[in-house]
Design a protein around this ligand. Structure first.
Ligand code: AMP
Length: 415
C-alpha cells in the first residue's frame, strides 16, 4: 500500500456507495422544491470572524473545532464548520431580503470540524440544511420541522425521534442563565472541570457534556421552559399545536440546548434509534438575532442541518442501475464498426462499454459478464458484410441477428 492516504477524519466516496449519495441529493432537491426552497451555494471558506461572531466565541465549535489558517495575504480564513452563518452573510451581502420571495433556501455541501473521528463522525462531513428568513410565526417553525421529519420518513428512515424545546429569547434567557449558573456553581466538584469552566462562560453547554456524572447532576438543574417569558411560552405552545395538527410526533426535551449559540426560541433535534453513540441525524432551531448581529436588517430566521453520512447509512442501494450494453468485436478489422455502434448507443442515451484492446470474443464476453451487461452486441466479419449485429442476451445466453437499422427499436423493446 502507498504511504499516501486520505487525511484522518476524511473519507472517499466511491462506487457503489456514491449511488446512495446521488439518490439522497436528488431526493433533497425534489422534496424541497415543493415548498419553494431555492438552492444556495456559498464558498467553502470564509473570513474567520464570520463564524466567531455568528456561532459564538464560547461554543465548542469555535473554541476547539475550526480549521482556521492564515492565507498568503495574512488573512485569517476558516473552512466552514456549518453553513447558517455563510447563508446569512450571503443574504446580507446580496440583499436577498429585498430580492427574493419566499426567503427559503436549502444547501448541500461539505463542512469541516476538528472533531474526534469515530463511526458517524468525520472531520470533513456533509450536511444538507434549510434556512427560512423573515417569518417570525410559530407555524413556520412547525412547517420546517414537519418537512424535516416527513423527508426522513420518505427516505425510508425508521425509528426516529423528534426532540423539541424552546431556549427562550434575549428577554428571558439571561434570567434563566443566572438561575442555571447558580445551580452549576452550587454543584461545585460534582461537575467535571470542563463543566465548571462552562458554568462561568456558558452554563447552557453543561447539558451537552457526555460525562455520566455531569449528566446526573444536570438532570436536577432548573430547566429553561420554566423560565420562558410569556411571548416565548405562547410561541412554543403554538409550535407544538401546529405539529400536532400536522401529525408530527415529538418528545419535549427541556435539556435540549444545541451546540451553537445563535438559537432563540424553538430548538429541535432528530435522533435515530439505530445509530449508536452518534445518533443525531439533524438539528436546528430559530435564530431571531443572527441576521442583525451579522450586520443585516432585523430579520428572523429558522433552519436546520442534517448529517448526510448518517442518512446514507440508512439508505438501501437502488434496485437497478442503468442497463448496460457491451459492444464486442471479433477481430481488429471490426474495431471501427464497433466504435460506430457504441457511438450510436451513447447518442441514444444508453450506457455502453467497449473493450478497445479486446483480444478475443471469449475475453470480451467475460468482461461483459463482469460489468453486468444486459446484452452484448457483437460485430464480426459476417455481420459487417450483412449490415447486422449479433445480440447476445446475457441472461438467457441466446443469440440472434438484428439488422443495424432495426437495432435501436429492438433494444428499446427488449430493455
Ligand atoms: P450541528 O451543525 O452540530 O447542529 O449538526 C447537525 C448534524 O450534522 C448532526 O445532527 C449530525 O448529523 C451532523 N454532524 C455534525 N457534526 C458531524 C461530524 N463531525 N461528522 C458527521 N456528521 C456530523
Amino acid at each position: 500500500m502507498s504511504d499516501l492516504q486520505a487525511v484522518k477524519g476524511t473519507k472517499d466516496i466511491v462506487h457503489p456507495e456514491v449511488a446512495l449519495w446521488q439518490h439522497l441529493e436528488s431526493a433533497i432537491r425534489d422534496y424541497y422544491r415543493r415548498f419553494l426552497y431555492r438552492e444556495i451555494r456559498t464558498p467553502l471558506f470564509e473570513y474567520s470572524e464570520l463564524f466567531q461572531r455568528g456561532i459564538g466565541e464560547t461554543s465548542e465549535v469555535v473554541q476547539k473545532e475550526m480549521y482556521t489558517f492564515l492565507d498568503k495575504g495574512g488573512r485569517s480564513l476558516t473552512l466552514r464548520p456549518e453553513n447558517t452563518a455563510s447563508v446569512v452573510r450571503a443574504a446580507i451581502e446580496h440583499n436577498l431580503f429585498e430580492e427574493i420571495f419566499p426567503l427559503k433556501f436549502f444547501y448541500i455541501g461539505a463542512m469541516f470540524r476538528y472533531d474526534k473521528p469515530q463511526k458517524g463522525r468525520y472531520r470533513q462531513f456533509h450536511q444538507f440544511g434549510v434556512e427560512v428568513f423573515a417569518d417570525p410565526t410559530p407555524q413556520v417553525d412547525a412547517e420546517v420541522i414537519f418537512a424535516a421529519v416527513d423527508f426522513l420518513a420518505r427516505l425510508g428512515i425508521a425509528d426516529i425521534r423528534l426532540h423539541l424545546n424552546s431556549v427562550g429569547c434575549s428577554d428571558c434567557r439571561p434570567g434563566y442563565l443566572q438561575v442555571l449558573r447558580a445551580a452549576a456553581t452550587a454543584a461545585g466538584e460534582a461537575l467535571c472541570p470542563d463543566c465548571r469552566r462552562k458554568a462561568e462562560t456558558n452554563p447552557l453547554r453543561i447539558f451537552d457534556c457526555k460525562n455520566e456524572g455531569c449528566i446526573g447532576v444536570a438532570a436536577s438543574f432548573p430547566v429553561v421552559t420554566d423560565h420562558l417569558c410569556a411571548p416565548c411560552r405562547d410561541h412554543f405552545a403554538e409550535v407544538q399545536a401546529t405539529l400536532i395538527q400536522m401529525g408530527v410526533l415529538f418528545t419535549p426535551d427541556p435539556r435540549l440546548v444545541r451546540g451553537l449559540d445563535y438559537y432563540t426560541r424553538t430548538a429541535f433535534e432528530v435522533t435515530s434509534g439505530q445509530l449508536g453513540a452518534q445518533n443525531a441525524l439533524l438539528g436546528g432551531g430559530r435564530y431571531n438575532n443572527l441576521v442583525r448581529d451579522l450586520g443585516g436588517p432585523d430579520v428572523p430566521g429558522i433552519g436546520f442541518a442534517a448529517g448526510m453520512e448518517r442518512l446514507v447509512l440508512h439508505l438501501q442501494p437502488p434496485e437497478a442501475g442503468d442497463a448496460i450494453l457491451f459492444v464486442a468485436f471479433q477481430s481488429e478489422a471490426q474495431l471501427s464498426t464497433a466504435i460506430d455502434l457504441a457511438r450510436g448507443m451513447w447518442d441514444a442515451g444508453y450506457a455502453a462499454l467497449l473493450d478497445y484492446g479486446g483480444r478475443n470474443l471469449k475475453k470480451q464476453f467475460r468482461k461483459a459478464d463482469r460489468v453486468g451487461a444486459r446484452f452484448t452486441l457483437v460485430v464480426g466479419e459476417e455481420e459487417v458484410l450483412t449490415n447486422q449485429v449479433t445480440v447476445k442476451d446475457m441472461r438467457t445466453q441466446q443469440q440472434q441477428r438484428v439488422a443495424v437499422r432495426e437495432l435501436l427499436p429492438w433494444i428499446r423493446e427488449h430493455l
